[in-house]
Design a protein around this ligand. Structure first.
Ligand code: PEP
Ligand code: MN
Length: 342
């Protein structure tokens, strides 16, 4: 259910409607838009008695939202959402006119490794750094990440290079720590349907980068985002990272057609991860170009100065020189679409 407010409705009127929704035992989600504020209602198991709301001051109408996802839907908010990530060198926005780039290694391995790569990412003009301190690995014998020690190294990178940090939380405990040290909380593909983790991320005060599960449909992907938003965190960035198909020339099949499909249904920003999406270093540059051409709001790329010795995802990590080239080409393609780089 959605309560549409008049374009000139006052904050007080919006607040009064929210209070009435709460008094009905439901949860209000005021979503300010360019033309008007809409208030999404969640928590109802059946129909909401709209009579009491429709007669309130400032209300235009109540509409039933027929789609299973509500807060992520364009029905609730027609224009694109812009998710702002504050960094020590200024905000980086996802979903606005500018395309955002996030670069860094798959995993935080050592302080030296992270600093060597971070210096190059920052020198390329990029202000968001990625790197996993908690790694969800297929084998329990593979490198699992440095945990909180890794987060501390990332916090040093933040300090030294002025970059915002994007890093993954794999469970509720790591999410507490990631929320403390990082600027964006990444939820990985394997956890896209970890509903308790999604709910915890929904209570966090930092933006969430939600990766598409490797076999998730578009509806499942959007419902996962709905879990986060339904808990009150509206700063969700979606990320396409490839899905499983029969194709075996790449690790995953990067589903770039999901970008315009998401954009039709949802106001949330969406970025592309061509590293996990292909699993092959030589395909990261072409698919990054394609991602920006198709309308992605950003790209997330794995970079390593010594990929042959990387503790995870070496084969898909590009070298710092290749990252420089990527940034240049992506900037040129963004310009064709009237966009700049963040
Ligand atoms: C990652 O970003 O390093 C990662 C593990 O990604 P995904 O969840 O997409 O596999
Ligand atoms: Mn990786």
């Amino acid at each position: 259910m959605l309560v549409v407010m008049q374009s000139n409705a006052t904050e007080e009127q919006v607040r009064a409607v929210c209070q009435r929704i709460e008094s009905l035992g439901l949860r209000p989600h005021p979503i300010p838009g360019a033309a008007r504020t809409a208030i999404g209602i969640t928590g109802n198991s059946g129909e909401v008695d709209t009579g009491a709301l429709e007669s309130m001051a400032g209300v235009v109408e109540c509409i039933a939202v027929s789609k299973p996802y509500k807060l992520v839907s364009r029905d609730v908010k027609a224009e694109n959402s812009v998710v702002r990530v504050p960094t020590p060198s200024g905000d980086v926005s996802f979903g606005g006119q500018a395309v955002a780039i996030v670069g860094g290694p798959c995993a935080v391995e050592t302080r030296d490794q992270v600093f060597t790569i971070a210096e190059r990412i920052r020198a390329a003009g990029v202000r968001l750094f990625r790197g996993g301190a908690y790694k969800p690995r297929t084998s329990p014998y593979s490198f699992q990440g440095l945990g909180e020690d890794g987060l501390k190294i990332l916090a040093e990178v933040r300090e030294k290079f002025g970059m915002g940090i994007v890093t993954e939380a794999v469970d509720n405990e790591s999410l507490d720590l990631v929320e403390k040290y990082a600027d964006v909380i990444q939820i990985g593909a394997r956890n896209m349907q970890n509903f308790s983790l999604l709910k915890r991320a929904g209570k966090a005060r930092k933006p969430v980068l939600l990766k598409r599960g490797m076999s998730a449909t578009l509806d499942e992907f959007l419902m996962a985002a709905e879990y986060v938003m339904s808990e009150g965190n509206y700063n969700v960035i979606l990320c396409e990272r490839g899905v499983r198909t029969f194709s075996d020339h790449t690790r995953n099949t990067l589903d770039l057609s999901v970008i315009p499909a998401v954009q039709r249904l949802s106001h949330l920003p969406i970025v592309v991860d061509p590293s996990h999406g292909t699993g092959r270093r030589n395909k990261v540059l072409p698919l990054s170009r394609a991602a920006v051409a198709v309308g992605a709001d950003g790209i997330l790329v794995e970079v390593h100065h010594d990929p042959a010795h990387a503790l995870s995802d070496g084969p898909q990590s590009i070298l710092p020189d290749e990252f420089d080239r990527l940034v240049g080409e992506v900037r040129a393609i963004a310009a064709v679409l009237g966009r700049t780089l963040n």
